[in-house]
Design a protein around this ligand. Structure first.
Ligand SMILES: C[S@@+](CC[C@H](N)C(=O)[O-])C[C@H]1O[C@@H](n2cnc3c(N)ncnc32)[C@H](O)[C@@H]1O
Length: 463
Protein backbone atom coordinates (compact mmCIF):
# COMPACT_ATOMS: atom_id res chain seq x y z
CA UNK A 1 0.00 0.00 0.00
CA UNK A 2 1.50 3.36 -0.99
CA UNK A 3 1.26 5.79 1.92
CA UNK A 4 0.87 9.49 1.20
CA UNK A 5 3.56 11.84 2.54
CA UNK A 6 1.10 13.31 5.10
CA UNK A 7 1.39 10.09 7.12
CA UNK A 8 3.76 10.20 10.09
CA UNK A 9 5.51 7.21 11.55
CA UNK A 10 4.66 6.08 15.07
CA UNK A 11 6.08 3.31 17.18
CA UNK A 12 3.66 1.16 19.13
CA UNK A 13 5.00 -0.73 22.12
CA UNK A 14 2.75 -3.78 22.39
CA UNK A 15 2.07 -5.89 25.50
CA UNK A 16 3.43 -9.44 25.21
CA UNK A 17 0.10 -11.07 26.07
CA UNK A 18 -2.73 -12.44 23.90
CA UNK A 19 -0.43 -12.07 20.88
CA UNK A 20 -2.97 -13.17 18.26
CA UNK A 21 -5.54 -10.66 19.44
CA UNK A 22 -3.28 -7.63 19.01
CA UNK A 23 -3.35 -7.04 15.26
CA UNK A 24 -7.16 -7.32 14.91
CA UNK A 25 -7.53 -4.98 17.90
CA UNK A 26 -5.27 -2.28 16.45
CA UNK A 27 -6.76 -2.70 12.95
CA UNK A 28 -10.33 -2.43 14.29
CA UNK A 29 -9.50 0.68 16.30
CA UNK A 30 -7.68 2.33 13.41
CA UNK A 31 -10.67 1.74 11.16
CA UNK A 32 -12.89 3.24 13.89
CA UNK A 33 -10.81 6.40 14.08
CA UNK A 34 -10.05 6.79 10.37
CA UNK A 35 -6.47 5.55 10.53
CA UNK A 36 -4.85 3.03 8.29
CA UNK A 37 -2.35 0.23 8.64
CA UNK A 38 0.77 -0.13 6.50
CA UNK A 39 0.48 -3.58 4.88
CA UNK A 40 4.03 -4.49 5.90
CA UNK A 41 2.67 -4.42 9.46
CA UNK A 42 1.40 -7.97 9.05
CA UNK A 43 4.97 -9.17 9.38
CA UNK A 44 5.67 -7.85 12.90
CA UNK A 45 4.10 -10.97 14.40
CA UNK A 46 5.31 -11.61 17.92
CA UNK A 47 7.55 -8.56 18.32
CA UNK A 48 6.45 -5.89 20.83
CA UNK A 49 7.63 -3.12 18.47
CA UNK A 50 5.29 -2.14 15.64
CA UNK A 51 5.75 0.78 13.29
CA UNK A 52 2.48 2.40 12.26
CA UNK A 53 1.85 5.03 9.61
CA UNK A 54 -1.02 7.24 10.68
CA UNK A 55 -2.09 10.67 9.50
CA UNK A 56 -2.34 12.53 12.80
CA UNK A 57 -1.36 12.58 16.43
CA UNK A 58 -5.07 12.83 17.29
CA UNK A 59 -5.66 9.40 15.78
CA UNK A 60 -2.69 8.06 17.74
CA UNK A 61 -4.19 9.49 20.96
CA UNK A 62 -7.67 8.10 20.18
CA UNK A 63 -6.14 4.70 19.54
CA UNK A 64 -4.44 4.75 22.95
CA UNK A 65 -7.69 5.75 24.71
CA UNK A 66 -9.01 2.36 23.64
CA UNK A 67 -6.29 -0.24 23.25
CA UNK A 68 -5.54 -2.80 25.95
CA UNK A 69 -3.07 -4.65 23.71
CA UNK A 70 -0.64 -1.73 23.33
CA UNK A 71 1.28 -0.18 26.19
CA UNK A 72 2.47 3.11 24.66
CA UNK A 73 2.82 5.01 21.42
CA UNK A 74 5.74 7.24 20.34
CA UNK A 75 6.23 9.63 17.45
CA UNK A 76 9.12 7.86 15.74
CA UNK A 77 12.08 10.15 15.11
CA UNK A 78 14.68 7.53 14.24
CA UNK A 79 15.20 3.78 13.80
CA UNK A 80 18.20 1.60 13.03
CA UNK A 81 19.72 -1.81 13.49
CA UNK A 82 22.82 -0.38 15.17
CA UNK A 83 23.53 2.83 17.15
CA UNK A 84 25.19 4.32 14.05
CA UNK A 85 22.13 3.60 11.90
CA UNK A 86 19.88 5.12 14.56
CA UNK A 87 21.98 8.29 14.78
CA UNK A 88 22.09 8.77 11.02
CA UNK A 89 18.31 8.20 10.84
CA UNK A 90 17.85 10.83 13.60
CA UNK A 91 20.06 13.29 11.70
CA UNK A 92 17.71 12.88 8.73
CA UNK A 93 14.58 13.61 10.79
CA UNK A 94 13.36 17.11 9.86
CA UNK A 95 14.61 19.64 12.44
CA UNK A 96 11.39 21.67 12.12
CA UNK A 97 9.48 18.65 13.47
CA UNK A 98 11.83 18.41 16.49
CA UNK A 99 12.14 22.08 17.44
CA UNK A 100 8.66 22.56 19.00
CA UNK A 101 9.62 19.98 21.63
CA UNK A 102 13.24 20.95 22.22
CA UNK A 103 13.18 24.76 22.56
CA UNK A 104 14.81 26.56 25.49
CA UNK A 105 11.56 27.12 27.46
CA UNK A 106 10.72 23.43 27.52
CA UNK A 107 11.58 20.68 29.99
CA UNK A 108 12.29 17.10 29.02
CA UNK A 109 13.46 13.68 30.10
CA UNK A 110 14.99 10.77 28.17
CA UNK A 111 14.08 7.20 29.16
CA UNK A 112 15.71 3.94 28.11
CA UNK A 113 13.46 0.95 27.50
CA UNK A 114 14.90 -2.47 26.70
CA UNK A 115 13.11 -5.64 25.67
CA UNK A 116 14.65 -9.02 26.64
CA UNK A 117 17.71 -7.47 28.34
CA UNK A 118 18.42 -5.40 31.46
CA UNK A 119 20.96 -2.57 31.25
CA UNK A 120 22.97 -1.11 34.12
CA UNK A 121 22.44 2.53 35.09
CA UNK A 122 25.86 3.29 33.62
CA UNK A 123 24.93 1.74 30.25
CA UNK A 124 21.70 3.73 30.22
CA UNK A 125 23.51 7.01 30.88
CA UNK A 126 25.94 6.21 28.04
CA UNK A 127 23.02 5.86 25.63
CA UNK A 128 21.56 9.20 26.78
CA UNK A 129 24.92 10.99 26.45
CA UNK A 130 25.32 9.65 22.90
CA UNK A 131 22.26 11.71 21.88
CA UNK A 132 24.01 15.01 22.59
CA UNK A 133 24.00 15.84 18.87
CA UNK A 134 20.21 16.36 18.98
CA UNK A 135 19.30 20.06 19.34
CA UNK A 136 17.98 19.81 22.93
CA UNK A 137 17.82 23.36 24.32
CA UNK A 138 15.35 22.87 27.19
CA UNK A 139 16.06 21.83 30.78
CA UNK A 140 16.09 18.27 32.05
CA UNK A 141 13.27 17.62 34.52
CA UNK A 142 13.06 14.06 35.78
CA UNK A 143 9.91 14.50 37.88
CA UNK A 144 7.47 16.45 35.71
CA UNK A 145 8.88 16.97 32.23
CA UNK A 146 6.77 18.53 29.45
CA UNK A 147 8.18 16.10 26.93
CA UNK A 148 9.39 12.53 27.37
CA UNK A 149 11.67 10.89 24.83
CA UNK A 150 12.56 7.22 24.75
CA UNK A 151 15.30 5.04 23.38
CA UNK A 152 13.83 1.58 22.87
CA UNK A 153 16.15 -1.37 22.29
CA UNK A 154 14.90 -4.70 20.98
CA UNK A 155 17.00 -7.77 21.90
CA UNK A 156 14.66 -10.28 20.21
CA UNK A 157 12.19 -12.75 21.63
CA UNK A 158 14.36 -15.59 22.89
CA UNK A 159 15.21 -15.26 26.62
CA UNK A 160 17.70 -18.14 26.23
CA UNK A 161 19.64 -16.40 23.49
CA UNK A 162 20.07 -12.73 24.29
CA UNK A 163 22.35 -11.03 21.77
CA UNK A 164 25.15 -8.67 22.80
CA UNK A 165 23.73 -5.88 20.63
CA UNK A 166 20.07 -5.10 19.97
CA UNK A 167 18.40 -6.17 16.70
CA UNK A 168 16.63 -2.82 16.47
CA UNK A 169 16.89 0.55 18.21
CA UNK A 170 14.20 3.21 18.12
CA UNK A 171 14.04 6.80 19.33
CA UNK A 172 10.74 8.62 19.71
CA UNK A 173 8.69 11.22 21.50
CA UNK A 174 6.20 9.64 23.90
CA UNK A 175 2.61 10.50 22.97
CA UNK A 176 0.32 8.42 25.20
CA UNK A 177 -0.12 5.17 27.11
CA UNK A 178 -2.81 2.57 26.36
CA UNK A 179 -5.50 1.29 28.71
CA UNK A 180 -3.62 -1.59 30.35
CA UNK A 181 -4.68 -0.35 33.79
CA UNK A 182 -8.30 -1.31 32.97
CA UNK A 183 -7.30 -4.96 33.37
CA UNK A 184 -6.61 -4.30 37.04
CA UNK A 185 -9.31 -1.73 37.80
CA UNK A 186 -12.05 -3.94 36.26
CA UNK A 187 -10.60 -7.22 37.58
CA UNK A 188 -13.23 -9.89 38.21
CA UNK A 189 -11.60 -10.46 41.63
CA UNK A 190 -12.87 -7.09 42.85
CA UNK A 191 -16.23 -7.24 41.09
CA UNK A 192 -19.50 -7.17 43.03
CA UNK A 193 -21.39 -9.88 41.09
CA UNK A 194 -19.49 -12.75 39.47
CA UNK A 195 -20.15 -16.29 38.25
CA UNK A 196 -18.13 -19.37 37.30
CA UNK A 197 -17.70 -18.17 33.75
CA UNK A 198 -17.39 -14.39 34.22
CA UNK A 199 -15.24 -13.12 31.38
CA UNK A 200 -11.75 -11.90 32.23
CA UNK A 201 -11.56 -8.09 32.14
CA UNK A 202 -8.68 -7.85 29.63
CA UNK A 203 -10.40 -10.16 27.14
CA UNK A 204 -13.71 -8.32 27.58
CA UNK A 205 -12.08 -5.05 26.53
CA UNK A 206 -10.34 -6.78 23.61
CA UNK A 207 -13.71 -8.18 22.47
CA UNK A 208 -15.33 -4.73 22.68
CA UNK A 209 -12.45 -3.35 20.61
CA UNK A 210 -12.69 -6.12 18.00
CA UNK A 211 -16.40 -5.24 17.85
CA UNK A 212 -15.59 -1.54 17.24
CA UNK A 213 -17.97 -0.62 20.06
CA UNK A 214 -18.26 3.15 20.37
CA UNK A 215 -20.12 5.83 22.28
CA UNK A 216 -23.94 5.65 22.08
CA UNK A 217 -23.90 2.25 20.36
CA UNK A 218 -26.46 -0.34 21.40
CA UNK A 219 -24.70 -3.59 22.28
CA UNK A 220 -26.41 -6.91 22.96
CA UNK A 221 -25.16 -10.08 24.65
CA UNK A 222 -27.61 -13.00 24.15
CA UNK A 223 -25.65 -15.22 26.62
CA UNK A 224 -25.10 -12.48 29.15
CA UNK A 225 -24.25 -14.46 32.34
CA UNK A 226 -22.95 -11.94 34.88
CA UNK A 227 -22.55 -9.29 32.17
CA UNK A 228 -18.75 -9.15 32.00
CA UNK A 229 -18.87 -8.20 28.33
CA UNK A 230 -21.55 -5.56 28.84
CA UNK A 231 -19.33 -3.83 31.41
CA UNK A 232 -16.46 -3.43 28.92
CA UNK A 233 -18.84 -2.14 26.22
CA UNK A 234 -20.47 0.32 28.66
CA UNK A 235 -17.02 1.59 29.65
CA UNK A 236 -16.54 2.55 25.99
CA UNK A 237 -19.83 4.47 26.04
CA UNK A 238 -22.32 1.92 24.66
CA UNK A 239 -25.82 1.26 25.99
CA UNK A 240 -26.01 -2.39 26.91
CA UNK A 241 -28.65 -5.11 26.92
CA UNK A 242 -28.51 -8.83 27.60
CA UNK A 243 -30.45 -12.06 27.92
CA UNK A 244 -29.74 -15.39 29.59
CA UNK A 245 -31.72 -18.60 29.91
CA UNK A 246 -30.81 -18.88 33.60
CA UNK A 247 -33.35 -17.16 35.86
CA UNK A 248 -31.03 -17.18 38.89
CA UNK A 249 -28.18 -15.53 36.98
CA UNK A 250 -30.40 -12.79 35.56
CA UNK A 251 -31.96 -12.12 38.98
CA UNK A 252 -28.73 -12.52 40.95
CA UNK A 253 -30.13 -15.37 43.04
CA UNK A 254 -28.90 -18.80 44.09
CA UNK A 255 -25.51 -20.05 45.24
CA UNK A 256 -22.63 -17.63 45.41
CA UNK A 257 -19.52 -18.24 43.32
CA UNK A 258 -17.08 -16.86 45.92
CA UNK A 259 -15.75 -19.51 48.29
CA UNK A 260 -16.43 -17.70 51.57
CA UNK A 261 -20.06 -16.97 50.75
CA UNK A 262 -22.93 -19.47 50.53
CA UNK A 263 -25.73 -17.52 48.81
CA UNK A 264 -25.70 -14.47 46.60
CA UNK A 265 -26.42 -11.34 48.59
CA UNK A 266 -29.01 -8.66 47.85
CA UNK A 267 -28.27 -6.50 44.83
CA UNK A 268 -25.81 -8.97 43.30
CA UNK A 269 -26.75 -8.40 39.70
CA UNK A 270 -25.57 -6.89 36.43
CA UNK A 271 -27.07 -3.48 37.10
CA UNK A 272 -25.17 -3.27 40.40
CA UNK A 273 -21.97 -4.26 38.58
CA UNK A 274 -22.39 -1.35 36.18
CA UNK A 275 -23.12 0.93 39.17
CA UNK A 276 -19.85 -0.23 40.79
CA UNK A 277 -17.97 1.28 37.84
CA UNK A 278 -20.13 4.40 37.51
CA UNK A 279 -21.75 3.05 34.33
CA UNK A 280 -25.36 2.51 35.45
CA UNK A 281 -26.73 5.02 32.96
CA UNK A 282 -25.54 2.68 30.19
CA UNK A 283 -27.78 -0.15 31.45
CA UNK A 284 -30.79 -0.84 29.24
CA UNK A 285 -32.00 -4.15 30.71
CA UNK A 286 -31.39 -7.87 31.09
CA UNK A 287 -34.10 -10.46 30.53
CA UNK A 288 -34.55 -14.18 31.00
CA UNK A 289 -34.75 -15.50 27.46
CA UNK A 290 -33.61 -18.46 25.38
CA UNK A 291 -31.22 -17.50 22.58
CA UNK A 292 -32.61 -20.31 20.43
CA UNK A 293 -35.99 -18.55 20.40
CA UNK A 294 -35.32 -14.83 20.08
CA UNK A 295 -38.32 -12.74 21.01
CA UNK A 296 -37.44 -9.75 18.83
CA UNK A 297 -39.59 -8.20 16.15
CA UNK A 298 -37.89 -8.04 12.75
CA UNK A 299 -35.49 -5.11 12.59
CA UNK A 300 -31.91 -3.98 12.90
CA UNK A 301 -31.39 -2.95 16.52
CA UNK A 302 -27.79 -3.55 17.44
CA UNK A 303 -24.50 -1.90 16.56
CA UNK A 304 -22.66 -4.90 17.97
CA UNK A 305 -23.37 -8.34 19.42
CA UNK A 306 -20.56 -9.33 21.77
CA UNK A 307 -21.00 -12.68 23.43
CA UNK A 308 -19.56 -15.81 25.00
CA UNK A 309 -21.94 -18.71 24.38
CA UNK A 310 -21.77 -21.77 26.68
CA UNK A 311 -19.45 -24.63 25.67
CA UNK A 312 -20.97 -27.08 28.10
CA UNK A 313 -17.83 -27.23 30.28
CA UNK A 314 -18.85 -25.23 33.34
CA UNK A 315 -22.39 -24.42 32.23
CA UNK A 316 -24.75 -26.53 30.18
CA UNK A 317 -25.78 -25.79 26.62
CA UNK A 318 -29.55 -25.84 27.09
CA UNK A 319 -32.51 -24.44 25.30
CA UNK A 320 -36.22 -24.51 25.96
CA UNK A 321 -38.51 -26.78 23.95
CA UNK A 322 -40.92 -29.68 24.06
CA UNK A 323 -39.88 -33.31 24.44
CA UNK A 324 -40.58 -33.90 20.79
CA UNK A 325 -37.78 -32.32 18.86
CA UNK A 326 -39.35 -29.69 16.64
CA UNK A 327 -37.74 -29.69 13.21
CA UNK A 328 -35.89 -26.49 12.36
CA UNK A 329 -38.02 -24.27 10.16
CA UNK A 330 -40.10 -21.18 10.02
CA UNK A 331 -43.20 -22.68 11.58
CA UNK A 332 -41.49 -24.09 14.63
CA UNK A 333 -42.63 -21.32 17.03
CA UNK A 334 -46.21 -21.66 15.79
CA UNK A 335 -46.19 -25.33 16.80
CA UNK A 336 -45.85 -24.44 20.51
CA UNK A 337 -49.27 -23.81 22.10
CA UNK A 338 -49.42 -20.79 24.43
CA UNK A 339 -50.04 -23.00 27.46
CA UNK A 340 -46.89 -24.94 26.72
CA UNK A 341 -44.52 -25.19 29.67
CA UNK A 342 -40.97 -25.25 28.34
CA UNK A 343 -38.73 -28.12 29.26
CA UNK A 344 -35.01 -28.01 28.89
CA UNK A 345 -33.43 -29.71 25.88
CA UNK A 346 -29.79 -29.97 25.07
CA UNK A 347 -28.68 -27.33 22.58
CA UNK A 348 -26.16 -28.67 20.08
CA UNK A 349 -23.18 -26.36 19.65
CA UNK A 350 -23.53 -26.36 15.87
CA UNK A 351 -27.19 -25.28 16.14
CA UNK A 352 -26.29 -22.63 18.68
CA UNK A 353 -23.73 -21.00 16.38
CA UNK A 354 -26.07 -21.27 13.41
CA UNK A 355 -28.80 -19.50 15.38
CA UNK A 356 -26.32 -16.88 16.61
CA UNK A 357 -25.12 -16.03 13.09
CA UNK A 358 -28.67 -15.86 11.74
CA UNK A 359 -29.72 -13.66 14.64
CA UNK A 360 -26.74 -11.35 14.11
CA UNK A 361 -27.38 -11.19 10.36
CA UNK A 362 -30.97 -10.16 11.05
CA UNK A 363 -30.57 -7.72 13.91
CA UNK A 364 -27.21 -5.99 13.37
CA UNK A 365 -27.06 -2.70 11.53
CA UNK A 366 -25.03 -2.78 8.30
CA UNK A 367 -21.36 -2.51 9.30
CA UNK A 368 -22.22 -3.80 12.80
CA UNK A 369 -20.05 -6.53 14.27
CA UNK A 370 -20.59 -9.93 15.88
CA UNK A 371 -17.80 -11.03 18.23
CA UNK A 372 -18.04 -14.46 19.86
CA UNK A 373 -15.99 -17.42 21.13
CA UNK A 374 -16.01 -20.68 19.21
CA UNK A 375 -14.72 -23.69 21.20
CA UNK A 376 -12.70 -26.18 19.14
CA UNK A 377 -11.00 -29.52 19.60
CA UNK A 378 -7.58 -28.56 18.22
CA UNK A 379 -6.47 -31.88 16.65
CA UNK A 380 -9.52 -31.72 14.37
CA UNK A 381 -9.75 -27.99 13.81
CA UNK A 382 -9.65 -26.56 10.29
CA UNK A 383 -10.59 -23.07 9.14
CA UNK A 384 -13.59 -24.51 7.27
CA UNK A 385 -15.19 -25.18 10.65
CA UNK A 386 -15.72 -21.51 11.37
CA UNK A 387 -19.44 -20.93 10.85
CA UNK A 388 -20.29 -18.90 7.79
CA UNK A 389 -23.16 -16.62 6.77
CA UNK A 390 -23.80 -14.77 3.49
CA UNK A 391 -24.52 -11.50 5.36
CA UNK A 392 -21.43 -11.64 7.59
CA UNK A 393 -17.82 -11.22 6.54
CA UNK A 394 -15.12 -12.86 8.65
CA UNK A 395 -12.82 -10.12 9.99
CA UNK A 396 -10.58 -12.07 12.36
CA UNK A 397 -10.17 -15.48 13.99
CA UNK A 398 -7.76 -15.66 16.96
CA UNK A 399 -6.91 -18.67 19.07
CA UNK A 400 -6.73 -18.86 22.86
CA UNK A 401 -5.52 -22.22 24.13
CA UNK A 402 -7.62 -23.83 26.88
CA UNK A 403 -5.68 -27.09 27.24
CA UNK A 404 -3.30 -29.20 25.18
CA UNK A 405 -6.17 -30.40 22.95
CA UNK A 406 -8.77 -27.69 23.16
CA UNK A 407 -8.94 -24.02 22.49
CA UNK A 408 -11.47 -21.31 21.87
CA UNK A 409 -11.30 -18.96 18.94
CA UNK A 410 -12.41 -15.36 19.07
CA UNK A 411 -14.39 -14.83 15.87
CA UNK A 412 -15.19 -11.34 14.62
CA UNK A 413 -17.63 -10.85 11.74
CA UNK A 414 -19.06 -7.74 10.15
CA UNK A 415 -22.49 -7.41 8.58
CA UNK A 416 -21.94 -6.58 4.92
CA UNK A 417 -25.31 -7.40 3.37
CA UNK A 418 -28.96 -6.82 4.25
CA UNK A 419 -30.65 -9.97 5.60
CA UNK A 420 -33.18 -11.71 3.37
CA UNK A 421 -35.36 -14.61 4.53
CA UNK A 422 -33.61 -17.14 2.30
CA UNK A 423 -30.24 -16.28 3.97
CA UNK A 424 -31.17 -18.26 7.08
CA UNK A 425 -30.84 -21.53 5.15
CA UNK A 426 -27.65 -20.76 3.21
CA UNK A 427 -25.55 -22.66 5.75
CA UNK A 428 -27.04 -25.85 4.34
CA UNK A 429 -25.28 -25.12 1.04
CA UNK A 430 -22.04 -24.03 2.66
CA UNK A 431 -18.83 -26.09 2.94
CA UNK A 432 -18.63 -24.74 6.49
CA UNK A 433 -21.78 -26.45 7.69
CA UNK A 434 -20.70 -30.07 8.06
CA UNK A 435 -17.20 -29.65 9.53
CA UNK A 436 -18.35 -28.03 12.78
CA UNK A 437 -20.85 -30.81 13.45
CA UNK A 438 -17.99 -32.83 14.93
CA UNK A 439 -17.66 -30.27 17.69
CA UNK A 440 -21.03 -31.09 19.15
CA UNK A 441 -19.10 -33.54 21.30
CA UNK A 442 -16.69 -30.79 22.45
CA UNK A 443 -17.56 -31.47 26.09
CA UNK A 444 -16.62 -35.17 25.90
CA UNK A 445 -13.44 -34.30 24.06
CA UNK A 446 -12.55 -31.65 26.62
CA UNK A 447 -12.94 -34.07 29.50
CA UNK A 448 -11.42 -37.09 27.80
CA UNK A 449 -8.08 -38.71 28.70
CA UNK A 450 -5.26 -36.24 29.23
CA UNK A 451 -7.45 -33.19 28.90
CA UNK A 452 -9.54 -34.35 31.85
CA UNK A 453 -6.60 -34.02 34.21
CA UNK A 454 -5.47 -30.71 32.73
CA UNK A 455 -8.98 -29.31 32.80
CA UNK A 456 -9.28 -30.21 36.49
CA UNK A 457 -5.98 -28.55 37.29
CA UNK A 458 -6.99 -25.46 35.35
CA UNK A 459 -10.32 -25.31 37.13
CA UNK A 460 -8.77 -25.58 40.59
CA UNK A 461 -6.24 -22.80 39.89
CA UNK A 462 -9.02 -20.48 38.75
CA UNK A 463 -11.14 -21.06 41.85
C1 LIG B 1 -20.01 -18.59 29.15
S1 LIG B 1 -21.41 -18.02 29.99
C2 LIG B 1 -21.37 -16.27 29.73
C3 LIG B 1 -20.52 -15.57 30.76
C4 LIG B 1 -20.57 -14.09 30.65
N1 LIG B 1 -19.84 -13.62 29.49
C5 LIG B 1 -20.04 -13.43 31.93
O1 LIG B 1 -19.13 -12.58 31.85
O2 LIG B 1 -20.54 -13.78 32.99
C6 LIG B 1 -22.73 -18.55 29.00
C7 LIG B 1 -24.11 -18.19 29.50
O3 LIG B 1 -25.04 -18.64 28.54
C8 LIG B 1 -26.24 -19.00 29.23
N2 LIG B 1 -27.04 -19.87 28.33
C9 LIG B 1 -26.91 -21.20 28.10
N3 LIG B 1 -27.81 -21.61 27.19
C10 LIG B 1 -28.52 -20.50 26.82
C11 LIG B 1 -29.60 -20.26 25.94
N4 LIG B 1 -30.14 -21.26 25.22
N5 LIG B 1 -30.07 -18.98 25.81
C12 LIG B 1 -29.54 -17.97 26.54
N6 LIG B 1 -28.54 -18.14 27.44
C13 LIG B 1 -28.03 -19.38 27.57
C14 LIG B 1 -25.73 -19.67 30.49
O4 LIG B 1 -26.75 -19.62 31.51
C15 LIG B 1 -24.51 -18.82 30.82
O5 LIG B 1 -24.84 -17.82 31.75
Amino acid sequence: MALSCTFNRYLLLMAQEHLEFRLPEIKSLLSLFGGQFASSQETYGKSPFWILSIPSEDIARNLMKRTVCAKSIFELWGHGQSPEELYSSLKNYPVEKMVPFLHSDSTYKIKIHTFNKTLTQEEKIKRIDALEFLPFEGKVNLKKPQHVFSVLEDYGLDPNCIPENPHNIYFGRWIADGQRELIESYSVKKRHFIGNTSMDAGLSFIMANHGKVKENDIVFDPFVGTGGLLIACAHFGAYVYGTDIDYNTVHGLGKATRKNQKWRGPDENIRANLRQYGLEKHYLDVLVSDASKPSWRKGTYFDAIITDPPYGIRESTRRTGSQKEIPKGIEKWEKCPESHIPVSLSYRLSDMFLDLLNFAAETLVLGGRLVYWLPVYTPEYTEEMVPWHPCLELISNCEQKLSSHTSRRLITMEKVKKFENRDQYSHLLSDHFLPYQGHNSFREKYFSGVTKRIAKEEKSTQE
